[in-house]
Design a protein around this ligand. Structure first.
Ligand SMILES: *[C@@H]1O[C@H](CO)[C@@H](O)[C@H](O)[C@H]1NC(C)=O
Ligand SMILES: *[C@@H]1O[C@H](CO)[C@@H](O)[C@H](O)[C@H]1NC(C)=O
Ligand SMILES: *[C@@H]1O[C@H](CO)[C@@H](O)[C@H](O)[C@H]1NC(C)=O
Ligand SMILES: *[C@@H]1O[C@H](CO)[C@@H](O)[C@H](O)[C@H]1NC(C)=O
Ligand SMILES: *[C@@H]1O[C@H](CO)[C@@H](O)[C@H](O)[C@H]1NC(C)=O
Ligand SMILES: *[C@@H]1O[C@H](CO)[C@@H](O)[C@H](O)[C@H]1NC(C)=O
Ligand SMILES: *[C@@H]1O[C@H](CO)[C@@H](O)[C@H](O)[C@H]1NC(C)=O
Ligand SMILES: *[C@@H]1O[C@H](CO)[C@@H](O)[C@H](O)[C@H]1NC(C)=O
Ligand SMILES: *[C@@H]1O[C@H](CO)[C@@H](O)[C@H](O)[C@H]1NC(C)=O
Ligand SMILES: *[C@@H]1O[C@H](CO)[C@@H](O)[C@H](O)[C@H]1NC(C)=O
Ligand SMILES: *[C@@H]1O[C@H](CO)[C@@H](O)[C@H](O)[C@H]1NC(C)=O
Ligand SMILES: *[C@@H]1O[C@H](CO)[C@@H](O)[C@H](O)[C@H]1NC(C)=O
Length: 588
């Protein structure tokens, strides 16, 4: 199958001559000849179309660029799953046999023009239950002159997500497709992509291999460096949706608390509580800019109960109030529009808010899972949806929780779930059930990164401190990993994007990992970042490496000092979870 392009002297002459090179090499036959041969993978159709003078608009995770030329490639392949040695060490679950399952997968690549010879490959991931972020997800690679790829995971199309195909019939799960999302398809896409790039760019002997993704894409990133440690030189991993057995049912916690307490807060109350939290905690970092830079101090020094009795008032809104982007669960007929709202904050409103901050406790008072940081903007899971027929608010969560319980735990093709009679103890049972079923796949908490570290791999891990979808919490011992792993908590940022005005975001994160891997320049104390929205837009404001935390002393110049938090503030990041008798962070 694989003919090294060096076998074509005419092409070498053409590529060496630079200008006309793209049209010469961006052909399906040249690309087909560049494909590596991989055991278990059989290639089908290949398409290659040259794209000239392409502009990339700046995103949160890369700056803009213009004038890029690249080869736009799609490759179809089928694979047959086999037992392999890498999987062996994860084999701790009972699950359907994977042997002989054949899946057809499509992978997509942008290869920068030979004129800009690349020696990098960037793998990308998805979000929610998607394994890619669409073709626009490839644009970050062009900015950094990297060949870049994504996969459809074998789900049938680029826009099909796992939950569209997971349950072919009630009672049956497409476990092979689940494995594709869990870790296999991105690994294969990367193996094909780096092999192809090495052959396509004939003068490159070493292709550095990178990964970038956030949310589910962050979990996918961890799945790669955990399982295929020698394959990646560097990974930028944002807000990983790992520990899925906890993360997904936890989306129901606010609704469970509200149903049990018999009180559903409206969007205006939640906005008021968010505003009061920001007012009270903004300056704890030494700088009054509307951004809570120290949610740990906020957690220690502020309690939303101080808002009880204060009044709120909001105009009518036509906007969407149900978070998570997936509509209400367990009911239909609610609407995103809300009437004008006013009233005063009560103890019940505060209980709903504090439940979000504290996370779930079971009926014996034991802590089940972590909560969100104060300063999160709340809307995703806590505010109710408005029923315009009854003029009341009802509890409504992101659809991910319902999909998890129905599809992933019970193999039923549904995402509706009644919360009637459901308590935190049901939540606990769901977590245990998911933990047993997905230890090896979607939990993605294998704690041993030795292969990755030994082969020189580096990780930049970031997480918005005001994330309202995946709680921001970590495990002790992070400081000891600094030679290959750095964690950055981003003040004021939400889920994979800026949230608070005037908060920084690490837009050049791909450049930062390239600097670390290729030039040995580590983000030792800070990660390069820029304020992307608000009055201070465009100002550089670096992000402190955890466990140090930002503090502005005296004149609040733009760069923070990165200080070591005191013991109490540090402990706020490591809550004790004593309900589930299993390790949350790694395999028990
Ligand atoms: C490339 O695109 C830019 C707009 O982004 C345009 O101004 C320029 O003329 C184009 N160059 C060529 C050679 O087509
Ligand atoms: C790349 O090719 C795909 C089809 O494989 C197409 O949908 C997409 O628009 C192309 N991208 C560009 C930038 O031309
Ligand atoms: C896969 O590996 C498991 C554990 O080593 C073994 O029990 C099983 O028979 C193997 N299946 C196939 C199809 O080889
Ligand atoms: C796998 O394929 C082989 C050869 O076609 C067949 O003998 C075997 O029974 C199949 N195994 C399973 C688990 O379907
Ligand atoms: C699968 O089960 C769900 C829940 O019971 C039901 O709503 C749905 O109609 C069933 N689907 C099929 C195809 O039977
Ligand atoms: C490959 O050749 C191109 C064009 O001569 C050059 O710009 C590039 O630096 C070379 N890349 C490597 C890795 O040697
Ligand atoms: C929250 O603060 C924003 C920004 O100052 C303001 O526009 C909004 O009206 C406030 N909402 C409430 C409910 O106080
Ligand atoms: C916040 O205040 C409420 C009501 O006074 C109290 O029940 C709760 O324990 C407090 N929370 C913390 C974390 O101190
Ligand atoms: C909205 O209220 C009406 C009237 O009480 C009720 O029939 C309907 O089920 C409610 N819808 C939701 C989504 O709660
Ligand atoms: C609160 O809402 C009621 C009913 O819409 C209205 O009559 C009243 O003026 C509002 N009060 C304030 C302070 O906005
Ligand atoms: C840091 O970010 C700024 C934008 O604020 C950018 O101009 C600069 O190139 C970045 N530095 C690195 C090393 O990426
Ligand atoms: C802080 O220092 C800068 C630069 O020296 C100065 O321009 C600014 O006015 C100072 N701000 C305050 C509040 O003192």
């Amino acid at each position: 199958m694989r003919l090294h392009p060096l076998a074509f002297p005419a092409l070498i002459a053409a590529t060496g001559a630079s200008a006309a090179a793209l049209s010469t090499v961006c052909t399906s036959s040249y690309v087909t000849d560049s494909l590596p041969s991989i055991v278990g993978i059989e290639f089908g159709s290949v398409s290659a179309v040259a794209v000239y003078n392409y502009s990339v608009a700046a995103g949160n995770s890369y700056p803009g660029v213009s004038g890029r030329n690249f080869c736009n490639i799609s490759v179809a392949y089928s694979h047959t799953l086999k037992n392999d040695s890498v999987r062996a060490r994860f084999q701790s679950e009972t699950k359907p046999s994977l042997a002989n399952a054949t899946v057809k997968v499509n992978v997509y690549y942008y290869l920068p023009a030979p004129r800009q010879w690349s020696s990098r490959f960037l793998a990308t991931g998805g979000g929610g239950f998607s394994i890619n972020s669409g073709l626009s997800g490839l644009e970050g690679g062009l900015v950094y002159n990297a060949a870049v790829g994504l996969t459809d995971g074998g789900f049938g199309s680029l826009t099909t997500v796992l939950t569209d195909v997971l349950i072919p019939a009630n009672g049956t799960m497409a476990w092979d497709l689940l494995v594709n999302l869990a870790y296999l398809s991105i690994h294969e896409m990367t193996e094909i992509g780096t092999g192809m790039a090495t052959n396509f760019y004939t003068n490159t002997s070493k292709v550095y291999t990178y990964y970038q993704g956030c949310s589910e894409g962050g979990r996918e990133g961890w799945s790669q460096v955990q399982r295929y440690g020698t394959q990646y030189d560097g990974a930028v991993i944002g807000a990983p949706a790992f520990r899925q057995a906890f993360q997904q049912p936890n989306h129901f916690w606010p609704q469970i608390q509200q149903t049990v307490a018999g009180y559903v807060p409206n969007t205006c109350e939640i906005q008021k509580l968010v505003n009061d939290t920001i007012d009270a905690c903004d300056a704890l970092d030494g700088k009054k800019d509307g951004v809570i830079g120290r949610t740990d101090l906020c957690r220690l020094h502020y309690n939303a109960s101080s808002s009880i009795g204060s009044t709120y008032s909001c105009a009518a809104s036509s906007g969407s109030s149900s978070g998570g982007g997936m509509g209400p669960v367990g009911a239909s007929g609610g609407s995103g529009a809300t009437p004008a709202q006013n009233g005063s904050i009560t103890a019940k409103s505060v209980a709903a808010w504090n439940a979000l901050i504290d996370g779930p406790y079971d009926s014996k008072g034991r802590h089940l899972y972590v909560g969100f940081q104060p300063g999160n903007q709340g809307a995703s899971d806590v505010a109710g949806s408005y029923n315009s027929t009854s003029s009341t608010y009802y509890a409504s969560a992101s659809g991910l929780g319902g999909q998890w319980i129905d599809m992933f735990l019970n193999d039923i093709d549904s995402e509706e779930l009644s919360l009637e009679g459901v308590t935190a103890d049901n939540l606990r049972a769901w977590i245990l059930q998911g933990y047993q079923k997905y230890t090896d796949t979607l939990m993605t908490v294998w704690p041993d990164l030795e292969d990755f570290q030994q082969s020189g791999g580096k990780v930049i891990h970031y997480h918005g401190e005001a994330d309202n979808s995946i709680p921001t919490f970590y495990e002790q011992g992070i400081d000891a990993l600094g030679d290959f792993y750095k964690l950055f908590l981003i003040p004021g940022a939400g889920h994979c994007s800026p949230a608070a005005d005037n908060g920084p975001f690490p837009q050049t994160m791909i450049g930062s990992i390239i600097d670390w891997v290729e030039h040995g320049v580590a983000p030792e104390k800070v990660l390069n970042a820029t304020i992307l929205q608000g009055d201070l837009e465009g100002t550089r404001q670096d992000i402190c490496a955890f466990s140090t935390r930002p503090e502005w002393k005296g004149n609040a110049t733009v760069q923070p000092e990165c200080v070591w938090p005191d013991r109490e503030a540090l402990a706020a990041w490591y809550p004790t979870l004593d309900s589930i008798p299993l390790s949350v962070y790694g395999l028990a």
